[in-house]
Design a protein around this ligand. Structure first.
Ligand SMILES: Cc1ncc(COP(=O)(O)O)c(C=O)c1O
Length: 380
């Protein structure tokens, strides 16, 4: 029997493909976005503690109460946002599940969804699985800012949702207050929902402040705000994220969450609830990664790569136009096979490809990993 694919254009993700290629070629893997350093031992001890205390069965469907409360408190402290821990905070199996559930909550057949290219790869397929149509709007190279006139031109009577991501993967761009002001006018005029992917909220540099959509009541009232404890606490493999949304949206989102996963890992949720008291761990994250960004850039200063400014996230884009005319997919493969450094070709984050001759490198790595990779890149 031949299966009728629901996602005929989708294959194995670029992250798995590049990681496989890196492993086959024993290359330094700066492709996939995960740290190569350890989780805080205190957090690991807390997971063990809650396992020993018997927190090993299903968590409540919306997430354990102490974690929902701590997240609501943190959101208030960081951004002045008011979310009710019982009715407006949902713990999910990573941000990925929250994104999927939020999209499924509001997108119906033939609805259009604005997605900014380059875009994290899970948004488009989730929209398509709901029978919706992704409408791609390009971020302007090289600054990757949002062209709001283009956004206005892309809106139709069918537009239902706009998906934002700041700090941005793969470009490192961040939203500015002017962006949220423009966004506010547009969503109000066209009555749109917002899905704000803020998984890198604490990884922002050079004194910039994260513009959380949760911090603007007019926007928060029509938004799903998604974050990832895996990204914040260097524990991407534990897959715990969350979604903040007003009660009416959360009620519908939870109907989907309960049949997607029902609930997520109980002892890890309990451990995060206690660990969130250590505010320094997330407040210092920007400085921690800024040092890594700067180390990587300084080690590349004599290379033929050009550094694209990175204001947040843990990705550095490098322009290789002085080295090669190859398209980014070919150049990143060549770099992995011949020079033993794996990266991600950003063209895969565009619906129609891209030829800006840049590659994305993840700098969530030990200093020695970054130094070794930079040394190889300087040899090109
Ligand atoms: C922009 C963005 N959103 C969401 C995710 C997924 O987060 P999680 O691992 O919590 O599912 C990632 C992971 O790389 C990401 O880069």
């Amino acid at each position: 029997m031949k299966i009728r694919s629901k996602l005929p254009h989708v294959g194995m993700t670029i992250f798995s493909r590049m990681t496989n290629l890196a492993n086959e070629n024993r290359a330094i893997n700066l492709s996939q976005g995960f740290p190569d350093f350890d989780v805080d031992p205190l957090l690991i001890d807390l997971v063990g503690k809650y396992m020993h205390q018997g927190f090993n069965q299903y968590a409540p469907m919306p997430g354990v109460q102490p974690l929902r409360e701590k997240i609501a408190e943190k959101q208030q402290k960081m951004y002045g946002a008011n979310y009710d821990a019982d009715r407006e905070v949902t713990i999910t199996s990573g941000a990925t599940e929250a994104l999927f559930a939020a999209i499924t909550t509001v997108v119906n057949k033939d609805d259009e969804v604005i997605i900014f290219d380059p875009a994290y790869d899970s948004y488009g397929p989730a929209v398509e699985l709901c029978g919706g149509k992704p409408v791609h709007v390009r971020l302007a190279h090289p600054g990757y800012s949002i062209d709001w006139d283009r956004v206005k031109q892309s809106i139709s009577s069918k537009t239902r949702l706009i998906i934002l991501n700041s700090p941005h993967n793969p470009t490192g761009a961040v939203l500015k207050p002017e962006d949220t002001a423009e966004l506010s006018k547009i969503v109000e005029a066209h009555d749109l929902y917002i899905l704000s992917d803020e998984v890198y909220e604490h990884i922002i540099f050079d004194g910039k402040k994260h513009e959380s959509i949760s911090g603007r009541p007019d926007l928060a009232a029509r938004s799903f705000v998604v974050s990832s404890l895996g990204k914040t606490y260097h524990a991407t493999g534990w897959k715990v994220g969350y979604c903040l949304a007003p009660e009416n949206l959360t009620e519908e989102l939870r109907k989907i969450h309960q049949y997607l996963t029902f609930s997520t890992n109980t002892p890890v949720q309990m451990a995060y609830a206690e660990f969130l008291d250590h505010e320094d761990r997330y407040l210092d994250l920007g400085a921690f990664y800024q040092k890594k960004r700067d180390l990587f850039a300084s080690k590349l200063k004599d290379s033929r790569f050009r550094i694209v400014p990175c204001h947040g996230s843990y990705f550095q884009m490098l322009d290789y136009s002085d080295i090669s005319d190859l398209p980014d997919m070919e150049f990143s493969k060549k770099l992995t096979i011949e020079h033993k450094v794996a990266s991600i070709p950003p063209s895969v984050f565009y619906r129609d490809g891209d030829d800006a001759r840049v590659l994305r490198f993840c700098f969530a790595k030990k200093d020695e990993t970054l130094e070794a990779a930079a040394l190889r890149l300087c040899g090109i």
